[in-house]
Design a protein around this ligand. Structure first.
Ligand SMILES: C[S@@+](CC[C@H](N)C(=O)[O-])C[C@H]1O[C@@H](n2cnc3c(N)ncnc32)[C@H](O)[C@@H]1O
Length: 231
């Protein structure tokens, strides 16, 4: 799906399928409840940057949970892939979520800062230099907390995802190669907690959750800007 010339309809259906996959396996509700919600306030707006937002379902879910809890959360979701931004902005807008076609480094160059920086399923996607760049960017952008949440590589995760996505192998599922095959490749490329700990610079730590590995960085408190064009 990273191929700029890949089938557009299959890619759109893949972004749609990520809503289901992320709800089933990504564990963001637990991250929201345990790590993000305690930072939010009903009287002061907290800013959050989601890096590599793809179809945008994780930032949408975070905004929905915060709104239901009566907490003020302002989310900027970025992805350099214009097809991801096109998909995300074609959906009904969610108050408090804006999408921008940017890389994390662009925001560092802008001098933007956010209370919280997140990503989902991004770490395994990056080569070592890009991963080091992402970690440096997110450390520079975050005033309070960074949570990069990703799949943890394990035989059980691979077997479970293989079984979960088996129905996609039926004919007439043009997004099957992206959701199933790319997903299985992603699990093979993902980190174990030990491997992730070995590549994280000082100031970061690894946390785990079922089938998940998280790179977490806690920063002091400060004031935040956020910003960008609302979509
Ligand atoms: C595997 S997708 C994950 C999409 C989404 N977070 C999800 O969980 O469905 C990774 C995305 O990260 C984007 N990406 C890669 N490097 C990035 C960077 N430095 N800044 C922002 N986005 C980046 C890619 O364009 C791609 O859409």
């Amino acid at each position: 799906m990273d191929d700029p010339d890949c089938d557009a309809e299959a890619l759109r259906r893949t972004y749609g399928a990520f809503v289901v996959v992320n709800r089933l396996v990504a564990g963001w509700r637990a991250v929201y409840v345990r790590r993000l919600r305690p930072l939010l306030s009903s009287s002061r707006t907290t800013t959050l940057l989601d890096i590599g937002s793809g179809g945008g379902d994780v930032p949408r879910a975070l905004a929905g949970w915060a709104a239901r809890d009566g907490l003020r959360l302002d989310i900027t979701a970025i992805d350099p892939d214009p097809r991801a931004i096109e998909f995300a902005t074609a959906l009904p807008p969610v108050p408090g979520v804006r999408f921008r076609a940017l890389r994390s480094g662009d925001l560092v160059a802008e001098g933007a800062r956010f209370d919280v920086v997140t990503s989902n399923h991004l770490l395994h996607h990056l080569d070592p230099d890009a991963l080091a760049g992402l970690l440096a960017d997110s450390a520079a952008l975050a005033l309070r907390l960074v949570v990069h949440d990703d799949i943890a590589r394990s035989r059980l995760a691979y077997a479970g995802y293989w079984a979960l996505t088996l129905p996609l192998t039926r004919v007439g599922r043009p997004h099957a190669p992206f959701v199933r095959d790319d997903g299985l490749v992603s699990i093979r490329r993902s980190f174990t907690p030990t491997e992730l700990a070995a590549v994280l610079p000082t100031g970061w730590r690894v946390e785990t959750a079922p089938f998940r590995v998280l790179a977490v960085r806690e920063v002091g408190t400060g004031t935040r800007t956020g910003g960008g064009d609302r979509a």
